[in-house]
Design a protein around this ligand. Sequence first.
Ligand code: FAD
Length: 313
Amino acid sequence: MGRTLIIAEHDGLNLNAATGKTLTAALAIDQPVDIAVLAADADAGAQAAASLKGVETVFRVERPENEHPLAAMLAPQIADLAARYSHLLMPSTTYGKDVLPRVAALLEAPQVSDVMDVIDAHTFRRPIYAGNVLTTVKAPTDCPVVATIRPASFAEAEAGGNATIEAWQSDQTLPTHTRFEQLHSAQSDRPDLQSAKRVVSGGRGVGSAENFDVIFRIAERLDAAVGASRAAVDAGYVSNELQVGQTGKIVAPSLYLCFGISGAIQHLTGIKDANLIVAVNKDPEAPIFEVADIGLVGDLFEVIPELEAALSQ
Ligand code: FAD
């Protein structure tokens, strides 16, 4: 029987929700699962990973170079550890997409990207053509299966685990050509777009960066993350980390509320796992109404104040 290794995504203290969803996918492969936490100090991350149900062993992979998640530093260590596994998984987040292809190259294995369904240990379903086609792919059996897991397609992992925690160190010499310089990251009190339960998005119909205030206001009311279409991002209304869609973030909230978004296929790719899509658009023919669970034909600048008034009652 094979064995699966998951590389945890974490912020030094907490695991990202995507790691738990990757565990759900791993358990569907139906073989033992271990998790590795790479960090300078992996204590908190390892404890969090050990508490997830279904994990057997958690490896603390500690090295000063692991303080910042640099793919060039992490990949040789992961490849070293993964060499004894039949399966190696990471979430298909920015982190997983950055690190795993390097590991796959080191293991001389092809990578299966964006797995949305596990059929059996070597057969997976994944989207192609911006999610318009779902394809079933078979990974080769003569090398490890290396795959990124689409978090939006899998449920959260359950708590209640009690895995053994072990220290593990690679004796790989790490590259010297890459080093951490500095991190620029947007600070926000808002929920993270990719894991938010509610998302409020605005499109080109919002009209300007100033007008986008109405989207931020209603998001605040609903304790929701803010998203945007690519047209809104390209027009400079909001920064590009808010973009939802094929070339932006894939979201899977319980509620996706969108204003002034037409519903182009590249946008819909990013929201197809949302439970309830509510669209407000002044054009009754807008394609977004074909996928919306609730559609309202109207001007967003009239609808939003009405919605705010209703919410404050
Ligand atoms: P539009 O299509 O211009 O729609 C604006 C809508 O607002 C219209 O339906 C209009 O009726 C409505 N509106 C106007 N005023 C109001 C008002 N006052 N009240 C209510 N409604 C109003 N797009 C993405 O979003 N994400 C991606 O990741 C992405 N990736 C792409 C990748 C590729 C390779 C390509 C080619 C395109 C990609 N796009 C992506 C772009 C996509 O094709 C669309 O151009 C884009 O989604 C359109 O954004 P929009 O709906 O905001 O703008």
